[in-house]
Design a protein around this ligand. Structure first.
Ligand code: FMN
Length: 174
């Protein structure tokens, strides 16, 4: 990935979450920072204009409805993906899918000729089918194999998380 322009775009939520209590930095955010540090990439947070509730169950309910309705929540700001060669896209696994604001972000851009690399945090479901969903949504991009890492590991065992992340990065930058 040397000499490439790298972007690390991610969605991540703070507040009460599964198995980690109330957090002030989201699990995916932690991994996104590690990837940006290792690759020299630019960080961009995908944030909905209307934030999700801090309360876990309330958030789970909203996320379920949004997925069922294929919602495209309005997001804050944007970044010119078109200027980058390699785009890491990070997200928590929500109901076996990406949070709907990630689709809002993807659908705003032209992915032709880009290299897209997914990474997700989860609590048991891994990436689910999100690599394929990204292949479909990022039309014209080459999508590499994604990283799946437990949110609990990202939050509470950061040295382990860093080791896993670095190993995965080394695999696709060879
Ligand atoms: C709305 C919602 C739905 C979730 N659905 C799943 C799921 O289907 N499978 C899973 O393994 N984890 C699920 N989780 C757990 C998150 O993927 C996990 O806590 C993740 O690390 C959160 O990342 P974040 O702190 O960056 O938002 C869900 C969490 C939330 C809030």
């Amino acid at each position: 990935m040397k000499n490439k322009n790298v972007l690390v775009a991610y969605f991540s939520r703070t507040g009460e979450n599964y198995n980690v209590g109330k957090i002030s930095k989201g699990n995916t955010h932690i991994i996104a920072e590690m990837i940006a540090e290792e690759t020299g990439g630019k960080l961009f947070q995908i944030e909905p204009v209307n934030p999700y509730p801090d309360e876990y169950n309330a958030c789970v309910d909203i996320a379920k409805t949004e997925k069922e309705n294929k919602s495209r929540p309005v997001i804050k700001g944007d970044i010119a993906v078109e200027k980058y060669d390699v785009i890491y896209i990070g997200y928590p696994n929500w109901w076996g899918d990406m949070p709907m604001p990630v689709y809002t972000f993807i659908e705003k851009h032209d992915w032709q000729g880009k290299t897209v690399i997914p990474f997700c945090t989860h609590e048991g479901s891994g990436l689910s089918d999100t690599e394929n969903k990204i292949k479909k949504a990022c039309d014209g991009a080459t999508v590499l194999n994604g990283l799946a890492i437990r949110g609990t590991t990202a939050q509470k065992s950061q040295e382990q998380a860093r080791k896993t992340t670095k190993g995965w990065l080394a695999n696709h930058s060879r």
